[in-house]
Structure formats: C-alpha cells, structure tokens
Design a protein around this ligand. Structure first.
Ligand code: NAI
Length: 407
C-alpha cells in the first residue's frame, strides 16, 4: 500500500522531456524517478499512473477524469508548464490530488523580449534585416529613433509588466502604467488613472493583462485611435486582448508606426500547422510564434520550481501554490511524525479524527487545517509511535480521501 511506503520508496514518473533539473532535484530529495520522452495515451496513463506517488507532465499529456479514476497510489501531479487546461482539475481535487505548476518561471523571458522589440520597432529592424537578406541596402535615418527619453505605457503592472518597467527605465525610458488594482510603482514609474490617459501619453504601449471578460477586445478601434500618431503597440499577453482587424487598419492608415505581436486569437496547435494572420506582410510589424516565455532558462526554472513544489508537498505536506487545492505552508515537524489527511469537507470530520487521537492517547504537537468547498486538508504532527496506528483508523473514516504518514 502506498500509504505505508516510506518516503524513500516514493516513485515519480516524468513525461514529455521535462528539463533534467527536475529529475536531479527529485533524486537528490530521495525519490526514484522514471522518465518517458513523450506523452502517454489515455489507456497507457490509466495503466501506469497509479503505481507512482507523483506524475509530472507538460502540456501534451491529457490527465482526463478517466486517468484520474486510476490514481491509485498517486498523491500529486506536477504540471511542468504554465497552463493547467490539460488536467481535469476539479476531479483531481475530488481525489485529493494537488496540482502544482510554474506560473512565473518565464516572467523575465517575456520582459526581455519586450525590451528587445521596443528597440527593434524603433529602428525598423525586422524590415531592414529582411531587405538586407534580399540584397536591398536600406540605409536611412528617417523614422529610426532611440528609445531613450520616450514614454512606455504598460497596461497590467503585474509580474511581467513590473519587470518590463524596471528594464525600460534602465534604458532611459519614462514609464507610466495602468492597472485595475492599485500597485506600488517601481523606480520612477507613474500610475495613470485610466487606460485612455495612458494611451494618450505613450510612445509605446505594451499589454501585460490576463485574459478576462474585461480584457477581451480591450484594444479596439476606439483605443487604437486614442494612441498618438506614429506610436507602437506590443502584445505578448493573450491574443484576444487586441482586435486584429482594427490593428490592421491602424497600421495600414499609418496611424501606428509599428507593432510587435507574440500572441494571436487563433494559433497553430503545433509547428506543422500553417500560421495565417491579416498582420502578415505589413511593414514594421514583428510577428513571433508565442515565444515570449520560451527560453532555455525558463524551461530550467519551470523544472526547478515544480520539482521543488512536489518535494515540499511529498516531504512536508505544503500545498502553497497548488492550483486546485486548499493552501497550507507548514514548517518541518521537529522530531514528530506528520499525518496528512485529505477528507470530504463535511461537518464532524475534526471531531472524528480527534476522537481517534484521544482513543490512542496520542499527543498532538501541531495541527493545521485548510479547506475549500469540496475538501479539507489536515496536517497533524504527533509523537512518534502513535501516528501509523492513528493513520490506519483515520483512513477507515468514510470521509477520508487520502491519508499518509511522512517518515
Ligand atoms: P499577472 O497576473 O502577474 O499580472 C496581470 C496584471 O494585469 C495584474 O496586475 C492585474 O491587476 C492586471 N489587470 C487585470 N485586468 C486588467 C485590466 N482590465 N486593465 C488593466 N490591468 C489589468 O500576470 P503576468 O504573469 O504578468 O502575465 C500577464 C500576461 O502575460 C498573461 O496574459 C499571461 O497569459 C501572458 N503571458 C504570455 C507569455 C508569452 O509567452 N507570450 C508567457 C507568460 C505569460
């Protein structure tokens, strides 16, 4: 029984060529790691996942409700990527399985791409390079400008927006930003009261908002008109934030001097599919295939971040950062045994657990509980000797979903 395994017997399955850092960290933490280069089919997953204490995937492996039915000895899922759409999150919660991802490992990579594009747009770099490759010598200073002293307007001052802010100031740019939440301005950046105010003051506008009902189509004909003539738009957030036909009009009419777009309302599912966009062939428009966050450093950071979350969960029980689970960030248990129990969130569970503890005369050294609408997550540190027997009884409760003792 997995519940009776010592942590050094835990096995982890990593799929889809996850960065080697993850394997290294998990092995250093004492776990056995099996790897597969590709993803597995639903049937293969159903056959295999239940033998492992954790499974690590990237974006191609579909963890469907059927796969989760076969969770067996599994305690957690690592999504070594940003998105978690490929995982049936609610079902995983129902089975007591936290899912960990790495939402901010590629923040710096996106910010660096934006900085590169500010200069590239300002110097018409993509066009001049293209022409030079064709043998055309386009030497002229006309329309080419430094970014120093220009105003960068950042829409969405979160993880990426604020990094862009710091880097842009180091290039000598003035930074203004607009966010729906009050944010502490970094450096000399200044908050604007409205999107309109930001658009009217900026030489460059860069978008770093999430996809929400409010941000869908947030940059349409009206907003693009509010931007000053001869300015630039950059979007590496989500494809639906900009109305592409309106942007095409603004570029064709020369109201905007250029754009750098990394994300599109419709993107090819893989590198074999053709990419089509009405923005193709427009001058001074940089198109990139959603690579803002795609760097080797980001892959390595993702490997380290998710492996670290899995280790902290499997070794300590910490669930902070899990996308589908009650959050608990707990210190190590000093000299105690730690019992971990995921249960259905119904009245009376703590009473039942505590009465088992009382029956065994076990001494509780610390107790932590966090809940969501479906499940409760309970951690109890108790003196050695009693924890396994208490766990055996807790496991029999009709409300118990997953129970294990860390040793
Ligand atoms: P974040 O959550 O840290 O920051 C988003 C900010 O936008 C928050 O401060 C939020 O308050 C603000 N916001 C939300 N709605 C707004 C609105 N209507 N108007 C103004 N501000 C608003 O997110 P993070 O990590 O900075 O990511 C930003 C975007 O970048 C996301 O859409 C994400 O999907 C995208 N992204 C793109 C990548 C790429 O490869 N191109 C890679 C990583 C993220």
């Amino acid at each position: 029984m997995a519940a009776r395994l010592s942590m050094n017997q835990y096995k982890i399955l990593l799929l889809e060529n996850i960065h080697p850092t993850a394997r290294q960290l998990l092995e250093e933490a004492g776990f056995t790691v099996d790897e597969e280069k590709g993803s597995l089919s639903e049937d293969e997953l159903c056959r295999r996942v239940g033998q492992y204490q954790a499974v690590g995937i990237r974006s191609k492996t579909m963890i469907t409700p059927k796969v989760l039915e076969s969770h067996g000895a599994m305690f957690a899922i690592g999504a070594f990527c940003i998105g978690t759409n490929q995982i049936a999150l609610e079902k995983a919660n129902h089975f007591g399985l936290p899912v960990f991802n790495a939402p901010y490992s590629n923040t710096r990579s996106v910010a660096e791409l934006i900085i590169c594009e500010l200069v590239a747009l300002s110097r018409q770099l993509s066009e001049r390079s293209l022409k030079a490759h064709e043998g055309i010598w386009l030497k002229s200073a006309s329309g080419a400008r430094e970014v120093r002293g220009k105003t960068l307007g950042i829409v969405g001052y979160g993880h990426i927006g604020s990094q862009v802010s710091v880097l842009a100031e180091s290039l000598g740019m003035k930074v203004i930003f607009y966010d729906i939440v009050k944010k502490l301005p970094l450096g000399n950046a200044r908050a604007m009261d409205s999107l309109e105010q930001l658009l009217q003051k900026s030489d460059f506008v860069t978008l770093h908002v999430p996809e929400t009902p409010q941000t869908q189509g947030m940059m349409g004909a009206r907003e693009l008109k509010q931007m000053r003539k001869g300015t630039y738009l950059l979007n590496a957030s989500r494809g639906t934030v900009v109305e592409i036909p309106d942007l095409v009009d603004a570029l064709k009419s020369k109201h905007l001097a250029g754009a750098a777009i990394d994300v599109f309302p419709e993107e090819p599912a893989n590198n074999d599919e053709m990419f089509r966009s009405p923005l193709q062939k427009l001058p001074n428009v940089i198109l990139t295939p959603h690579v803002g966050g795609s760097t080797e450093e980001a892959q390595e950071a993702i490997g380290a971040e998710v492996a670290d979350s899995l280790i902290r969960f499997l070794r300590l029980g910490s669930t902070s950062g899990a996308v589908n689970f009650p959050q608990l960030d707990v210190p190590p248990s000093k000299g105690a045994r730690r019992l971990i129990n995921v249960h259905r969130n119904v009245p009376g569970v703590l009473r039942d657990v505590n009465s088992i503890v009382t029956n065994y005369g076990a001494n509780i050294l610390a107790q932590y509980l966090s809940t969501d609408s479906n499940i409760g997550y309970l951690i109890m540190d108790m003196e050695k000797g009693e924890a396994e027997r208490v766990a055996d009884e807790v496991r029999k409760l009709p409300t118990a979903i997953k129970t294990r003792v860390l040793f």
